[in-house]
Ligand binder design. Sequence first.
Ligand SMILES: *[C@@H]1O[C@H](CO)[C@@H](O)[C@H](O)[C@H]1NC(C)=O
Ligand SMILES: *[C@@H]1O[C@H](CO)[C@@H](O)[C@H](O)[C@H]1NC(C)=O
Ligand SMILES: *[C@@H]1O[C@H](CO)[C@@H](O)[C@H](O)[C@H]1NC(C)=O
Ligand SMILES: *[C@@H]1O[C@H](CO)[C@@H](O)[C@H](O)[C@H]1NC(C)=O
Ligand SMILES: *[C@@H]1O[C@H](CO)[C@@H](O)[C@H](O)[C@H]1NC(C)=O
Ligand SMILES: *[C@@H]1O[C@H](CO)[C@@H](O)[C@H](O)[C@H]1NC(C)=O
Length: 512
Amino acid sequence: MLTNRRNFIFRVSIVINIAVLLYAAMHLSGSNPPGVEWVPITVDGSERSAEMRLVRDDVRNDSEMRTAESSVRSFEESTSQKTPSTMPTTNKTASSTASIADIEKTMKSQDTSSDADLPIETLLDIVDENALSDTTLARLRTLLSCNDKDFLPEYLQRGEFWVLKNYVRADHGTILCHETITYTTHAGFEFLDNVLPLVERWMAPVSLAIHAPGADLMPTVNSIRYLRDCSGNDLIRQFVTFHVFFSNKHIPSNIPNPNSFLTTAYNCTVPAPFSNVNVSATYKKQKGLLYPVNVARNIARDAALTHYVLASDIELYPSPNLVPRFLNMIARNANPLNNSINPRIFPISIFEVDAKVQVPSTKTELQAMLANKTAIPFHKYVCPDCHNIPEGQHWMKATETSQMDVFHVGKRQKKFVHWEPIFIGTHQDPHYDDRLSWEGKKDKMTQGYILCVQNYDFMILNNAFLTHKPGIKHYVKDAKRDQIAAKQTSFVNKVIMPEIKKLFGTRPGCAL
Ligand SMILES: *[C@@H]1O[C@H](CO)[C@@H](O)[C@H](O)[C@H]1NC(C)=O
Ligand SMILES: *[C@@H]1O[C@H](CO)[C@@H](O)[C@H](O)[C@H]1NC(C)=O
Ligand SMILES: *[C@@H]1O[C@H](CO)[C@@H](O)[C@H](O)[C@H]1NC(C)=O
Ligand SMILES: *[C@@H]1O[C@H](CO)[C@@H](O)[C@H](O)[C@H]1NC(C)=O
Ligand SMILES: *[C@@H]1O[C@H](CO)[C@@H](O)[C@H](O)[C@H]1NC(C)=O
Ligand SMILES: *[C@@H]1O[C@H](CO)[C@@H](O)[C@H](O)[C@H]1NC(C)=O
């Protein structure tokens, strides 16, 4: 039995070596695309590099090396337990038959083999920045060493709020924490028209917390049903998970059970429940409730299944392909990512566009729109300094490149001491203060202050950007809101800041 097996392994390795030689010959004779260079096989590295190449070909072209591939596959089956294949979240992350564990082993052993000299793009099989190869995924798994979470509905409490976490779940099934990024966001039902354009550009999981006190729950449920059944495509069903929450003083009189309402198709001939909402007739407005924006943000973030999250506002649409491009950048782990001991976040530049124009899809298109003034930096006319980004002028001039990289490493200091960035971060980053309302303004400042005190690096991404739903905002005076804002500012200074200083200490150059 054992001898048989040795013979078999020996035969397999011959097949592999022949396959590699054929592969090499093919590539030497053809014109090589850049980044797919041939490297001589050394004695001890031969089997590993062969395995790498087979994995790569497995992804790139299934038929090219079917013979060799199938030998390896049966070898794998006889020596290792198959890990159950994971449910692909998008076509982009769809995995081949090679198991993550096997590739991970190969990646780990790279350090000691001659393949360590290969360019990282070759090792990771990054042939398309908008897709994630199996090798890249395996590398991410190792680099991030994150924990996968379960994905179950739950009733929980957060201060005075009841939270129906995972009230309506996306159909994506199991998500591994390293394989994608979650856009975490929040809204009242009247903002749900943004969900479709958002998910069409993000094409990855969205965790959405909806504030639905009292009678606002009914139109919220109808909106969720409308979005899932009447949007004309499956993206919302596939990617968006809805949480609802309300104060314990405003519990809805009837809380529909998703298990029953999701089994009946919604009547799509009625208008969308979130279109043309008379806001003054909502339960929230009638009762004069404030919008607990940070409770909502924290609920959405805490429920995300992935290591990386983009905590954003629902009207900010991301540039396409952000998720795979970002993860390929992380997997490459080049400067300055591999070269910094500070905690880090990845801020994304934000823009507004004219009500009559399309949201730009690429940085190049955005630059043309900035040039003819159909696009402007975010809140230029509302609060010009709030969203200024270090090296922002330089960013707007810099030409779009073929891959995502860190454009500049900034700090929340000096001219940017009040910066409230929107960024890709992780569950380790400071939360938002649950006690602050949207009406009170500056609701992200305390988080920004903690980031500064903890000496975070703000690694600004080069080609990625967020575009606000079309329509350029101008400053409008709102006396009532200013009153609430004054109260909140005083609460932050008198109560929250002393707490934060006790908990996190201080650092010269940091301010609220
Ligand atoms: C894969 O390779 C085979 C044989 O070389 C070729 O006929 C086929 O067109 C290739 N398929 C793709 C998708 O490149
Ligand atoms: C996945 O690919 C199939 C077939 O190419 C296509 O019909 C489907 O729309 C794609 N889904 C996504 C989410 O891109
Ligand atoms: C859907 O709503 C429309 C308009 O209210 C109504 O005419 C139609 O009968 C409804 N369809 C069903 C199947 O209930
Ligand atoms: C909106 O709702 C308020 C309060 O119920 C009502 O007074 C007002 O007439 C409504 N406006 C419209 C346009 O329906
Ligand atoms: C970081 O990555 C760059 C590019 O891949 C490499 O040249 C450099 O040596 C790495 N630095 C460290 C400290 O590993
Ligand atoms: C501004 O530039 C964009 C992108 O090139 C273009 O689509 C749009 O038509 C231009 N608008 C005006 C008013 O020139």
